[in-house]
Design a protein around this ligand. Structure first.
Ligand code: 7TS
Length: 404
């Protein structure tokens, strides 16, 4: 454990006179030195544009960039690196799916099925698409445990359902969707299955072929990688059915004054100079995740969450929005302290060096469902430890006394 923490130099920082207790890995994870070093090494030793130079440096940069694609493909169990498109983020991947895939597919009266717990980035692009195409949005409700209700999911599927899109793990409740089961149900009616893996990748192992999803999207910065790099995985047939959303250099095969032909997969989607350093950093993050081991990571995060739940339950006046009794949930705790605004809780915690997120967590519809406006959220990553948890609990008690 000590050695893992040593890899995250930021954890040695002091904040407001206290050691940093970073409990906001869901917003963005911290980065191990391996990732930072890989980005520096690229700019320091290999900096050149990719795919266009015959000279050595450009070839080295291309090898590193494409190598990162291969590492990402392996991490999620994709059939080939060609199934991995680099984007900017989960948000960009979902927007491209709505504009480049959904727009080709949907007609007036068709349905898009989402769930009540989605992040705004998996709602708004579909709302806009529904307006343009005349398609209808439907939402699956949640069980009392805060999980996507498979019975309601099944009941809302019909021949009209063309697209189903849902989060693998909720960024507020931490509940984990039974992806394989839901994908199979959606496929029975011929719908395309899109999964938002922003809070899943890097926390446990994922096999997109076994899950049998058609598209799977995630962000590098939530899985130890840099910001500005994201992933859109798609089955080959589905990527072939998708139109690029951006056009220009890199993505073309031949351009005449009148028309153009486009590159093969996946480069057709990556117009312009890509985020080379970002992809390389993401590749290093994948190496690091493999080195620590996803089973080990999942185990640490599960144990920390269980300890945090037990500790929080002992504090009077705390309401926890945790999927009680849920079989599958992952390292996030959303809660409120009676009579104290979540922003005030977060501010007092910050005075003790404890970083937690307070707000609606980009999930207004879920807040409406829970009947609250906002909540405090503490995320527990494998690089957090018992001292982090102790400092969090003691700062929370301070906040309670402060506002009593
Ligand atoms: N989907 C889920 C489930 C998320 O949690 C997030 C970000 C996104 C999509 C969007 O990811 P982005 O990288 O494109 O921004 N979630 C959060 C969060 O919970 N706190 O800050 C960002």
């Amino acid at each position: 454990m000590k050695t893992v923490r040593d890899d995250f130099t930021i954890l040695k920082r002091q904040v407001n006179g206290h050691p940093l207790t970073y409990l906001d890995g869901e917003a963005t994870s911290q980065k191990p030195v391996h990732v930072l070093d890989s980005i520096r090494a690229y700019y320091d030793q290999e900096n050149a544009n990719v795919h266009r130079g015959v000279y050595t440096l450009s070839q080295e940069a291309t090898t590193s960039y494409e190598g990162a694609r291969g590492k990402v493909a392996e991490l999620v169990g994709a059939a080939s690196p060609k199934n991995i498109v680099f984007t900017r983020s989960t948000t960009e991947s979902l927007n491209w799916l709505a504009q480049g895939y959904g727009a080709n597919l949907l007609e007036a009266g068709d349905e898009i099925l989402l769930t009540q717990l989605e992040h705004h980035s998996n709602i708004v692009p579909w709302q806009v698409l529904a307006k343009v195409t005349g398609a209808k949005l439907r939402y699956v409700s949640l069980t009392a445990a805060g999980e996507i209700d498979p019975a309601d999911f099944k009941g809302k599927l019909s021949e009209k359902t063309k697209i189903v899109s849902f989060a693998h793990v909720s960024n507020v409740l931490g509940s984990r969707a039974p992806v394989k089961q839901l994908a199979a149900l959606a496929h029975e009616v011929g719908a395309t299955v899109i999964v938002d893996g922003a809070q899943a990748v890097g926390h446990f192992s994922i096999d997109v072929l076994d899950l049998d999803v058609d598209f799977y999207v995630f962000s590098g910065h939530k899985m130890l990688g840099p910001t500005g790099i994201g992933v859109l995985y798609g089955k080959t047939d589905f990527l072939e059915a998708m139109t690029p959303v951006q056009y220009g250099g890199e993505m073309i095969e031949r351009v005449t004054l009148e028309t153009s032909t486009f590159q093969e997969l996946p480069w057709r989607f990556e117009a312009g100079t890509p985020n080379i350093a970002g992809a390389i950093g993401l590749g290093a993050a994948v190496d690091y995740l493999n080195e620590v081991g996803l089973a080990e990571i999942a185990d640490r995060e599960e144990r920390l969450l269980a300890a945090a739940l037990t500790a929080l339950e002992k504090i009077p006046g705390v309401t926890i929005y945790e999927p009680r009794g849920a079989k599958n949930h992952y390292g996030v705790l959303s809660f409120n302290l009676a009579g104290v605004h979540p922003h005030d809780v977060a501010t007092v915690l910050d005075m003790a060096g404890v970083a937690v997120r307070a707000g609606h967590h980009c999930a207004h519809p879920l807040m409406d469902y829970l009947g609250i406006q906002s909540a405090v959220r503490a995320s527990f990553a494998f690089y957090n430890n018992q001292e982090d948890l102790d400092r969090f609990v003691s700062a929370l008690r301070q906040a309670q006394e402060y506002f009593a």
